[in-house]
Design a protein around this ligand. Structure first.
Ligand code: SAH
Length: 527
């Protein structure tokens, strides 16, 4: 049974789900692409973002999952510490269970699910159970790796065929790859997936089969990420060269004359953060911008949010706001999240932007004022320094607050200095809570990865991100990770928070914004 994708999305959007779909659900087996989150197809991305649940493996760009709306349930079925992936039957049962609840599920797989992605086994199982499913192909890592290294798999001057092989056939139930016979082939390109650990055995068989020891080889690790590396050597020397370069999975082995070329690879851009990995702990909904900025500077973001922002329903605050609409006053925003949740709720409550017509607007800094500008509001007051303290002092100094209403748009953990100082200056203060900070959960494998190979930088954009990071790892492990990385904060209040918890701050932004923090990292690398 095939279901038109756009048709299904329409029924979902309009909430008109038929009985049949309700009973069955549907599974989309989607290729995530090989590493860069932009390399998923548009169709795959749209399905992911409109699904009810996502079931994902290792080797998918985790940013795609992390950035999903909270309402989409996530199920990780990749490797646990020291263990192999969840047994296939457990994954099958999970898919069956979710589909049985009538859900639209995306089964997200690395690269192209059709290439060493076990999609056939999952699809056969779904077919047997009568569960509607559809395969959405993706970009396989071989294509991305060849693009990184600058050769074409089928450059007609050197290759008239391509062979995709697994290097792990010896350890699986698959038929053996006849490596010695492959060694007799010429005039094509051989790509070996999952072959790094067994490279010595494969190379030996190829040589025994008669392949020239001078045959050009390229081994490409972490394709389409900021930390990709390519090792090139003739067949007889490639194992030693890879050992020297410490090549580990995920990597692909390319065998063939095409790999000797890099005619069309662009010269590496001058990227200040090339080769650096940066832990990004900010809330998922605010993560994207920072990850994009980091990637633009050559870094590899490690997007593990420590907190989640959810909508708050502050009945009293909104009644207070309603009473001030006719006379206006000041409306004060201290975060992009505050802007986003305020305007969302404003419209939900049946107001429109004219409700702010009589208000002057204050924004703590660049990020907040940009978020306001996107909604058609230019801030009347932005303090010299982007801190809540500086904003409250400037507001008191310049805002003529006596008998004026001050609407303080805030999250549940915000500091109350604006309320306190404004009230002292004679203002009628309405604290309006529009969002809540809650703890984000980390997968066990995220904790394992951070502890076993700490990123070059740990970045924090608020005290609560530091607090939660320490809570997730425990103070001893947090200190250990921090001692092997460089800890960077968005500004003094966040640094003070980290130091209070016993963590040493290595880098502090001088402009207290996300771009300011990324600039500070770039400067730190140059030191
Ligand atoms: N379906 C995936 C392959 C899964 S098998 C695809 O189409 O790419 C897993 C193997 O793929 C890894 O062991 C490695 O050989 C390769 N691989 C996956 N992602 C990679 C990456 N970013 N860089 C290099 N090799 C990668």
């Amino acid at each position: 049974m095939r279901i038109g994708w756009s048709g299904l999305k329409e029924t979902k959007k309009e909430g008109k789900v038929t009985d049949k779909q309700q009973k069955n659900g549907i599974i989309y087996l989607v290729g995530s692409g090989p590493g860069h989150p932009g390399l998923i197809t548009k169709l795959g991305y749209d399905l992911l973002n409109t699904s009810d649940a996502v079931v994902y493996d290792d080797l998918i760009p985790i940013e795609l999952v992390v950035a999903l709306p909270e309402s989409i349930k996530r199920y990780y079925v990749g490797k646990r510490a020291g263990h192999h992936s969840k047994p296939q039957n457990e994954t099958n049962d999970l898919l069956c269970d979710l589909a049985g609840k009538g859900l639209t599920v995306v089964r997200l797989k690395g690269g192209d699910p059709m290439v060493f992605g076990r999609v056939a086994e999952e699809a056969a199982y779904l077919k047997e159970k009568g569960i509607p499913h559809q395969i959405i192909p993706g970009i396989t890592s071989a294509s991305a790796a060849a693009a990184d290294a600058g050769f074409s798999l089928t450059d007609r001057r050197n290759a008239s065929w391509v062979m995709l092989a697994t290097g792990r056939e010896a350890k699986s139930a698959s038929a053996p790859v006849p490596w010695e016979d492959v060694g007799k082939l010429d005039g094509g390109t051989i790509v070996v997936y999952m072959g790094v650990k067994d490279m010595e055995r494969i190379v030996k068989s190829l040589l025994e089969g008669g392949m020239s020891p001078d045959k050009p080889i390229a081994v490409i690790q972490n394709a389409s990420t900021g930390i990709h590396q390519t090792v090139r050597a003739p067949l007889s020397k490639i194992v030693a060269r890879c050992q020297d370069a410490n090549v580990v999975a995920p990597a692909l082995i390319f065998i063939g004359d095409v790999t000797g070329q890099d005619e069309f690879s662009l010269p590496p851009k001058d990227m200040p953060l090339s080769g650096k990995s940066v832990l990004v702990t900010r809330p998922a909904e605010q993560m994207q911008g920072m990850c994009d900025l980091l990637r633009d500077c050559g870094a590899t973001p490690v997007p593990y949010p420590t907190i989640t922002l959810t909508h708050a329903s502050d009945e009293g605050g909104w009644i207070g706001f309603e009473h001030t609409i006719d006379d206006g006053g000041w409306c004060v925003f201290t975060s992009e999240a505050g802007v986003r949740h305020f305007f969302h709720e404003l419209l939900v409550r049946g107001f429109d932007h004219r409700a702010l017509g009589r208000f002057k607007i204050s924004a703590v800094g660049h990020g907040t004022s940009s978020a306001l500008k996107e909604r058609g509001f230019v801030a009347d007051l932005i303090p010299e320094r982007a801190t809540v303290k500086c904003l409250s002092e400037t507001l008191v100094e310049k805002g003529n607050l006596r008998d004026t209403s001050v609407i303080r748009v805030r999250g549940n953990l915000a500091d109350s200095s604006i309320e306190d100082l404004s009230a002292k200056a004679g203002a009628n203060v309405v604290a309006l809570n529009v969002y809540r900070n809650t703890n984000a959960q980390w997968e066990q494998n995220w904790i394992d990865k951070i502890c076993s190979s700490p990123p070059d930088y740990l970045s924090f954009t608020s005290g609560s991100t530091v607090d939660r990071f320490v809570e997730i790892l425990g103070i001893e492990r947090a200190k250990e990770v921090a001692s092997k990385s460089r800890l960077a904060t968005i500004g003094p209040p966040t640094s003070a928070f980290a130091e209070k918890l016993g963590l040493k701050v290595d880098v502090e932004a001088t402009t207290f914004t996300v771009p300011g923090l990324v600039d500070a990292l770039c400067e730190d690398v140059l030191r």
